[in-house]
Design a binder for this molecule. Structure first.
Ligand code: ARG
Length: 394
């Protein structure tokens, strides 16, 4: 049987050496590469394409940025997506990348799906949660072969694959519109202070300029404008990454619990995500009821865990999205944020659906008869007082 493989391809060392490995070790007759553009730097996409054209049998580059924003990032914003304090850039993109790889494999009549993830991380699980919906064979050479970096570099050189990683810059980077993650090298020591050079989207907060106000407009839970200017999602996120990044907003240095249970030291930058999630949460507080907010916090955390695990085909994920969508019709309005030296502070918010009444809450108004509250006050804590009297023997 002819073995035809489709490989999720980034242009990096691991996925590049997967091409000859799939042929030599796994007897694949043909290897087709797919690079999925989810907003990583244009030069990376171009570099992956140029490289693939030399070393794979056929290559596809798919620009899915719009779909990524509308079908994945907007639901994430509505769900206040957050896993242990991580904004989930890599995790939210993996299912989409995997689905696109499967689409190409089906179109090409392939019978093998391959990825370059190791056996230590989360991405192998996210890819395979989608890949295994098909009956195609799944091959993960990096996981199976347990290779060292040195072996990989030598193997690449033997196969005329250009190598860009060096021992001075050993960072493993994953980037998309929502976030940039930096791992590896000395960063693997959680006691090591990261050098400034790992950051590309954010300036050093200490060197950031004076404060800047920015107004984000939301409609039905998703951002639609910056300072009143309507924009599509891709442009809005790109613009905001630039503006907030110039104020040093959106750096995270954390210990993260991977799905397998391994603790990892992770560094991220995600300026737009910080601003949008901060603004969205604040607007929800203005328009949703106390009960809705309390229940939704729980729904959001379940949603985030499923998304982090890459389990987007889980029916519960659809159920949670249905609940979340139903709450978002009122999440319309504006939030004004001050960007200042690494921080994004909410300064003001407005909404036609605000459940807030200045007339009722104001110190200066007489429209609530305060004496009405006395009856409530008499019963507030009623059972607790009974209990206290009981145990003190009164
Ligand atoms: N820890 C993050 C996650 O699991 C980022 C992983 C980055 N992945 C990578 N292949 N470099 O989502």
């Amino acid at each position: 049987m002819v073995k035809k493989a489709v490989l999720a391809y980034s242009g990096g060392l691991d996925t590049s050496i997967c091409i000859p490995i799939l042929k030599e070790k796994y007897q694949c007759d043909e290897v087709i590469t797919v690079a999925v553009d989810v907003g990583q730097p244009a030069e990376d996409v171009k570099q992956a394409e140029d490289k693939a054209k030399k070393i794979s049998d056929k290559h596809y580059t798919l620009d899915v940025r719009e779909e990524f924003v509308n079908e994945y990032l907007f639901p994430l914003i509505k769900a206040n997506g957050d896993y242990e304090g991580y904004v989930m850039g890599t995790s939210i993109a993996r299912p989409l990348i995997a689905r696109k790889v499967v689409e190409i494999a089906e179109k090409e009549g392939a019978n093998v799906l391959a990825h370059g993830c190791t056996g230590k991380g989360n991405d192998q699980l996210r890819f395979e949660a989608i890949f295994r919906l098909t009956d195609m064979e799944v091959i993960a050479p990096m996981r199976e072969m347990n290779l060292t970096r040195e072996w990989e570099i030598n193997y690449a050189k033997e196969h005329n694959i250009p190598v860009t990683v060096t021992t001075e810059k050993p960072w493993s980077i994953d980037e998309n519109l929502w976030s940039r993650s930096i791992e590896g090298g000395k960063l693997e020591d959680p006691g090591y202070i990261p050098p400034e050079e790992i950051y590309k989207w954010t300036v050093d907060p200490a060197l950031a300029p004076d404060a800047q106000l920015i107004e984000i407009g939301f409609e039905d839970g998703v951002p639609v404008s910056i300072d009143g200017e309507l924009m599509n999602g891709v442009d809005l996120i790109e613009r905001l990454n630039h503006i907030a990044g110039s104020h040093g907003v959106g750096r995270t240095d954390m210990i993260e619990d991977r799905i397998l249970g391994l603790k990892a030291r992770e560094n991220y930058e995600h300026p737009a995500a910080t601003v949008l999630l901060t603004a969205h949460k604040d607007l929800e507080k203005l328009v949703l009821t106390r009960s809705e907010l309390k229940f939704k916090a729980h729904v959001d955390s379940e949603w985030s865990e499923l998304a982090y695990y890459g389990l987007v085909d889980e029916p519960l994920f659809d159920d949670l999205n249905a609940f979340i969508d139903n709450t978002q019709h009122r999440v319309t309005g504006t939030v004004t944020i001050e960007l200042y030296k690494g921080n994004a502070y909410v300064m003001a918010r407005t909404s036609p659906f605000a459940l807030y009444s200045e007339e009722l809450v104001s110190f200066d108004s007489q429209s609530i008869n305060q004496q009405d509250a006395e009856g409530y006050a008499k019963y507030h804590g009623f059972q607790a007082r009974h209990y206290r009297r009981f145990i003190s023997g009164e």
